[in-house]
Design a protein around this ligand. Structure first.
Ligand SMILES: [Fe+2]
Length: 196
């Protein structure tokens, strides 16, 4: 199955609507791609995709999550890490799909945007990267940690901003967690530096 263009456009429309009303996303908007160029990205599947059906988003993010779940079998699901980084179990519970960027269906050299999907019970250890990052959790309450602060619960609708090279970590509870991410600056395809 290849990507249905209408499904991708539905995702992009939902994403753009969402980030245009988030003040923290303003610095990312000048790099929002405007062209209609699209890349063919053959679909891939990861074990973490089993959890897509268990996402239970609040109303404000339900439209985007529904578009994501509908398109999921046609999306390219990827991982940045290998078993040597965080262990084999991590790879069963983690994955992301890029909509915009160096690899996703919408080409952009300056901005990356996609969804990170984490399964219940996953701990994503501390890591850092050059890109400035914005996360908009879409579904699932998880604990997030930034810098030296303690882990704090973050709900869908809250916004997480990571300045370049700020260490961050996540911890899932009993819910799967899906979060929209935006990256800008630095190498948009770089693997994070693992810290903990
Ligand atoms: Fe990050």
């Amino acid at each position: 199955m290849t990507m249905d263009g209408a499904m991708l456009e539905a995702i992009l429309e939902n994403v753009e609507q969402m980030i245009r009303v988030v003040p923290e996303a303003a610095p990312f908007l000048p790099d929002w791609p405007v062209g209609d160029e699209r890349r063919v990205c053959p679909p891939t599947r990861l074990e973490v995709c089993d959890w897509l059906d268990r996402l239970a988003p609040p109303e404000k993010t339900a439209g985007l999550v529904a578009a994501l779940v509908a398109a999921a079998p046609m999306l390219q699901w990827r991982q940045t890490y290998a078993a040597a980084d965080f262990g084999a179990d991590f790879l069963k519970r983690y994955g992301w799909t890029e909509f915009i960027g160096l690899r996703g269906p919408v080409p952009s050299p300056n901005l990356a945007c996609g969804v990170l999907l984490l399964a219940p019970g996953l701990t994503y250890p501390s890591h850092a990267h050059q890109a400035e990052e914005l996360y908009l959790p879409l579904s699932g309450v998880a604990e997030w940690k930034m810098g030296d602060a303690d882990f704090a619960q973050v709900e869908p609708g809250q916004v997480i901003h990571h300045a370049p090279w700020v260490p961050h970590a996540m911890r899932c509870g009993s819910d799967p967690m899906a979060a929209l991410y935006l990256w800008r600056g630095g190498d948009l395809a770089a693997k994070s530096v693992i810290l903990g």
